[in-house]
Structures are given as C-alpha cells and as structure tokens.
Ligand binder design. Structure first.
Ligand SMILES: N[C@@H](CCC(=O)N[C@@H](CS)C(=O)NCC(=O)O)C(=O)O
Length: 225
C-alpha cells in the first residue's frame, strides 16, 4: 500500500490531531513537514493543491483532503479497524460532529485569533478579552465532561484528539485554573497517558507555546524602541 502523504507541522494543532488519529488506528503516514513561518504553504504548487493553503493537507493516492476534522474522519472511515473513534450510529456521530465543529468554530478559531497576529504580523496584542474568550471555551468543555470521561461519552473519539491538540497549545497563554476546570484537567491527564501522546502532541504543543512567548517578547522589544 502507498502510504497517505500528510503535509503537516508539529507546531500546528490541527496537524497534531491527525497524527494522534493515525497513531490510534495504527496507520503509517508519509510525513512531509511544511514551515509556515517560511511561507512553504504559499507556493503555487501548494495553493493549487489546497486553495485554502492550510496544513494539515492529506494526499491519499491523489485524493486531496484539507481541514483536520475532515481528514480525521476520512482516515477512520477508510483505515480504522472499527468505528469507535468516529461512530457510524447517526446519533453518536452527530455528537462527535458537534464537538468537531466546536473545535473548528470556537476553540481553534479563538487560538488563531490570538496567535496569528503575534506570530506573523508583529502584533503585541495579548489582551484580556482574547484570553477570556479562550477561557470561555474551558467553561463549555467542563460542561461537556461533567458526566463522562471523554468529550462525547465514555469512548475516545476524534473529537478528543482535535480538542486536545488545540487546548494543549494554548493552556498556559490562556491560563487554566485547575480548581475551576477539574474535569478538563482530568481529561487532559487521561489523554496524556496514551502511549504515542507525547511525541504526537505534547512536544509540538510545548514548542508552539515557547515560540509564541519568544515572538511576543521580540515584538514587544521592537515596539518599545
Ligand atoms: N480548520 C483548519 C485550520 C487549519 C489551519 O488554520 N492551519 C494553520 C496552521 S495551524 C495554517 O495552515 N495556517 C496557514 C494559513 O492559513 O495560511 C483545520 O482544522 O485543518
């Protein structure tokens, strides 16, 4: 079998959601690193393949898929040994889809709103409203996890992978008070015990948070002169 080719970066939360999914289903990917800070996603070839010029982008034998949520569900459908990570049952699937949209439309969107101007455009705007906006997502997730171990019930799904990749990339910049969010903290600890978790997610999340702090400090130093 020709391995599916993934354009990705370890710094990128949605790329890491795909890496976690692939590990859980035992699928080997052909990994092609893209350096966003060097603009490697803005070449004519990349834009021809993905006009949205985002990573992750999957090339599965000529089938191009972008958006991590779509990639994760595709990989489970096509290569998963069972449907636990993305249930075929209509009601269960609707719950997973809802959480995937929560990551896409709320959690990751708020991270990007805070991170992108600082990482790419020299901004120093780390204002309290942007931080509080992310922390509101922690409140919502505490509710999702009230009676369950995972975001969609008692089983791990791709929604957990998408949300953990995002939240671990922002949780120190938008601090998470463990007394206020005990369920979210316990969920993060639960996922961190997966054997492939550190290399597939935590290392990249730590790298992104360090880079964010370093670039923010540089931007502040530049504007103070
Ligand atoms: N909803 C998309 C978001 C992907 C995304 O925004 N990726 C960022 C990196 S974390 C990116 O490629 N940014 C470059 C750009 O938008 O030009 C997904 O889940 O794949």
């Amino acid at each position: 079998m020709v391995k599916p080719l993934l354009y990705y970066a370890t710094l990128s939360p949605p790329s890491r959601a795909v890496l976690l999914t692939a590990k859980e289903i035992g699928l080997e990917l052909d990994l092609h690193a893209i350096n966003l800070l060097k603009g490697e996603h803005l070449t004519p070839e990349f834009i021809k393949m993905n006009p949205q010029h985002t990573i992750p982008t999957l090339d599965d034998n000529g089938v191009i898929i972008y958006d991590s949520h779509a990639i994760c569900s595709y990989l489970v459908e096509k290569y998963g040994k069972n449907d636990k990570l993305y249930p075929k049952d209509l009601i269960k699937r609707s719950q997973v889809d809802a959480r995937l949209h929560f990551d896409s439309g709320h959690l990751f969107a708020r991270l990007r709103f805070l991170y992108e101007p600082i990482l790419y455009y020299g901004s120093t705007d780390c204002s309290i409203d942007k931080i509080a906006y992310i922390q509101k997502c922690y409140d919502i997730m505490e509710g999702f996890l009230k009676e369950h171990d995972y975001l969609c019930g008692d089983d791990l799904t791709i929604a957990d992978f998408c949300c953990i990749a995002t939240i671990t990339s922002v949780n120190e910049v938008a601090p998470m008070d463990s007394s206020k969010y005990p369920k979210v903290v316990a969920w993060m600890e639960r996922l961190s015990k997966l054997p492939y978790y550190k290399e597939s997610n935590q290392d990249g999340a730590d790298e992104l948070k360090s880079l964010f702090k370093e670039i923010l400090a540089n931007n502040k130093a530049k504007t103070s002169h």
